[in-house]
Design a protein around this ligand. Structure first.
Ligand code: NOJ
Length: 763
């Protein structure tokens, strides 16, 4: 114990690797320092650096420490506290070269304080709020000894069948790219070497969100133009913002798994984009090269991966085993190994670990007595961000906001669901610390109004689905049924509704339904909950649906039945309070959808900026050989960018400063936005551009800018957007990024559907 404490205190030269105190390699010179260190490394020590290992049945704590001390492990993931990680760093300091370990974790939307899931964060369209969530996540994670996160996850997702839609920031290239940059800067702060920063590793490179059929881990087959234009820019934005790492996707890209894809990993990422950081495989992905059918055995898989440029092998089973032989036989050149080792050491250097291996671990005597202590949470910030992420989808007859003096029936399987509130990938979040909808509402009411609770239904009555969800990801079953018969639950809720002035029903998905490996063919709210909604509707009481879900759901019928609908995603530790803030009007909702809501699953993929076609659907003219579904309306249920407020906003006086734009010039697009209602509120003014006739087909519109504006009741502001040639560029058939002269439509709206338009000509 004493020894551990001493090692824990070691932040000076005594703990530095051999190379650090060498006269020939001052630590200030990264390249020279690493080159000098590498000269001293044996083959085994080099390979050890490429192995990223998690504590588990095959790698118990004692064994992992032994392996670290022997120089056989470069970093761990999933061990998330200082007392857990300190002994491992101590072990590294006992190794021959004292190369520090790094400690990684999936800090996606918060660490101990859980913020809304990424899709919710994106719904805020509030870069400041999103950035704050990322910074706090970094502070909390680094205070728990973590050095690097596998985030941001910036996979564009246009197929809500994909369960990981919840983990990304939606469908739009521009919005996701903006958020990618903000998140990287938030995690890394001024530098990933700061004690309260963590390194970002953007994922999943690349195109994971486009898996065929929305089925997780499936293939991706995509035209180069679509890749460059739509799917790749967010990763690039994260890298340009300085992300130190990249996590490589599990899917294949046009026939070659990302993990062995030299075009993706070398030509694009390293050569074209100039990425100089750490490329980490996804969990077990190198072994999966056998399953993909591109490697005949483990040896070939390891060879393909290292040659493609996978520096670190997550949950490694093959690098450690196969690389020694591959290097000795010359099948893998030493330079490939050295490149990978250099990146791993470079990342550790950038994390500040060579200067101080205990930078984020700190001293044992400073360890928090209780890692889950309330004092370690950032509740106020979480509540503030969460309320900004909520999207009001419907509000008839001013059903919302609710009176605090009302008698309210709170029903639904998600009304008292602390685990679901946090959403998937909830890092170190504790369900016991998350505020449920019921708790949030009852705190908001105090002794004024009255809440009557009834569960009303289970998440689903499909036992197979419950078993799947409970088996899937979690140690303990988290979808726990009320054993009473379905009708009895509904009847109880109906009784509660009848006694109340208004009904609030928390319905949707359990968090595991929107998670890795949780693809769905059906985007409906599960049937038993729909029966509940119908029964509540039949009471004639005003009905408010509070949706909790990690993807767009097909809620046409439920929307019709409800008087008000609030999309809350999974809104995190403070979700219940934040939702109550909106339900009772203490905060005026300002969120906008970052993803289209289809009417039915058959419309998928459905996204606002689709390409133009030769026979576009003409509303009001069915059967005229245009592109349409004859059995469904041909519009989304809610378009991208949509979201209501308790006040109203109008747009007027759109103007362009000129009808022409020179290639080196700038154009001002302006519009007056006015709060025409009686409450102060925020809205998002969105700028879209359409290239009317290009050398190839172009989207009907593309988001190019937006501003979130706060307006007092009755107030108006003139909003300005600057447009220049860069906003008009696209990847043409030769993959050249160009702006072509001709006509452009500029559209401004408060969502992507209702816009006002003006045009100009690029000369
Ligand atoms: C697999 C997931 O695909 C990835 O996103 C995650 O970072 C790793 N597991 C580590 O948990």
């Amino acid at each position: 114990m004493k020894k551990l404490c001493l090692l824990g205190l070691a932040v000076g030269l005594a703990s530095l690797p051999v190379a650090a105190d060498s006269k020939t390699a001052p630590i200030e010179n990264k390249d020279a320092f690493i080159a000098h260190l590498m000269k001293q490394m044996t083959l085994e020590e080099k390979i050890g650096q490429l192995r990223l290992i998690s504590i588990g049945p095959e790698m118990p704590r004692e064994l992992i420490r032994k392996e670290i001390a022997a120089g056989n492990i470069g970093g761990t993931f999933n061990s998330i506290s200082r007392p857990e990680n300190r002994p491992m760093q101590d072990a590294a300091m006992r190794s021959r070269l004292k190369i520090p370990m790094f400690f990684a974790y999936d800090v996606i939307h918060g660490h101990r304080t859980i913020f809304p899931i990424s899709l919710g964060l994106a719904s805020s369209w509030d870069m400041d709020a999103i950035g704050r969530s990322g910074r706090i996540a970094a502070q909390e994670a680094s205070a728990d000894s973590l050095d690097i996160t596998f985030a941001p996850m910036v996979d564009i997702s246009r197929d809500p069948r994909w369960g990981r839609t919840s983990e990304g920031f939606g469908e739009d290239t521009y919005l996701v790219s903006r958020i990618a940059k903000v998140m990287v800067q938030a995690y890394q702060g001024k530098s990933p070497s700061q004690a309260d920063s963590i390194m970002a590793s953007v994922k999943h490179f690349a195109l994971y969100g486009a898996v065929e059929g929305g089925r997780d881990y499936n293939v991706v087959d995509m035209s180069p133009v679509k890749m460059y234009q739509t799917y790749l820019p967010p990763y690039r934005a994260a890298i340009d913002a300085g992300a130190g790492g990249v996590m490589v996707a599990l899917n294949s890209v046009n026939g070659v798994p990302a993990t062995s894809n030299t075009w993706l990993m070398q030509d694009l990422l390293r050569k074209d984009w100039g990425f100089k950081g750490l490329a980490v495989s996804d969990h077990g992905a190198i072994f999966e090269l056998l399953k993909h059918g591109v490697a005949k055995d483990g040896r070939e898989a390891a060879k393909l991966a290292i040659k493609a440029g996978i520096d670190m092998s997550m949950n490694d089973s093959l690098y450690g085993k196969e690389l020694p032989g591959l290097i000795k036989s010359g099948e893998v050149p030493q330079s490939d190994l050295d490149n990978a080792v250099r990146e791993v050491l470079g990342a550790k250097y950038d994390m500040g670990l060579f200067k101080d291996p205990y930078l984020r671990i700190g001293k044992a005597e400073d360890d928090p007595a209780d890692t889950n202590a309330e004092s370690r949470l950032h509740r106020a910030e979480a509540r503030d961000v969460a309320k900004r992420s909520l999207v009001l989808l419907k509000n008839e007859k001013q059903t919302l906001p609710l009176e605090k003096s009302a008698k309210i029936a709170v029903v639904g399987p998600l009304a008292k669901a602390p685990i679901d509130m946090m959403g998937s990938w909830a890092a170190a979040g504790q369900p016991a610390q998350s505020v449920t909808l019921f708790d949030g509402m009852s705190r908001a009411l105090g002794d004024k109004g009255q809440l009557v609770y009834a569960r009303g239904s289970n998440i689903t009555t499909d036992k197979k689905i419950v078993d799947y969800l409970n088996f899937l990801n979690f140690d303990a079953p988290e979808v726990v049924d009320d054993p009473r018969p379905e009708q009895q639950l509904i009847d109880e809720a109906v009784q509660a509704a009848k006694q109340a002035d208004v009904v609030v029903a928390a319905v949707g998905e359990s968090r595991g339904m929107s998670h890795e490996s949780s693809s769905r063919t059906d985007l409906n709210i599960p049937e038993t909950q729909r029966k509940l909604i119908a029964a509540l509707k039949a009471t004639g009481k005003p009905l408010v649906l509070v949706l909790m879900n990690g993807r767009p759901l097909t809620i046409g019928q439920e929307q019709d039945q409800a008087d008000a609908v609030l999309e809350t995603w999974f809104s995190g530790t403070e979700g219940g309070n934040a939702i109550a803030d909106v339900l009772f009007g203490d905060y005026n909702p300002s969120g906008k959808l970052p993803i289209t809501f289809p009417r039915s699953v058959g419309q998928v993929p459905m996204y606002y900026n689709h390409l133009t076609i030769g026979r576009p659907f003409t509303p009001g003219k069915p059967g005229n050989y245009t592109s349409q579904y004859f059995d469904e309306e041909n519009t989304p249920l809610y378009p991208f960018g949509y979201g209501l407020s308790y006040t109203d906003f109008s747009l007027s006086n759109m103007a362009l400063s000129s009808t022409t734009l020179n290639k080196s010039g700038k154009l001002d697009a302006s519009i007056t936005v006015r709060n025409t209602g009686k409450r102060d509120g925020e809205t998002v003014v969105q700028l879209y551009i359409q290239d009317v006739a290009g050398s190839m087909i172009r989207p009907v519109k593309e988001l190019k800018n937006f501003q979130k504006v706060m307006l007092k009741a009755g107030e108006e502001k003139v909003i300005h957007f600057t447009i220049d040639e860069n906003d008009l560029k696209f990847y043409n058939t030769q993959l050249k990024y160009v702006a072509e002269p001709g006509k452009f439509n500029v559209q401004i709206g408060l969502d992507s559907r209702d816009v006002t338009q003006q045009s100009f000509e690029l000369l």
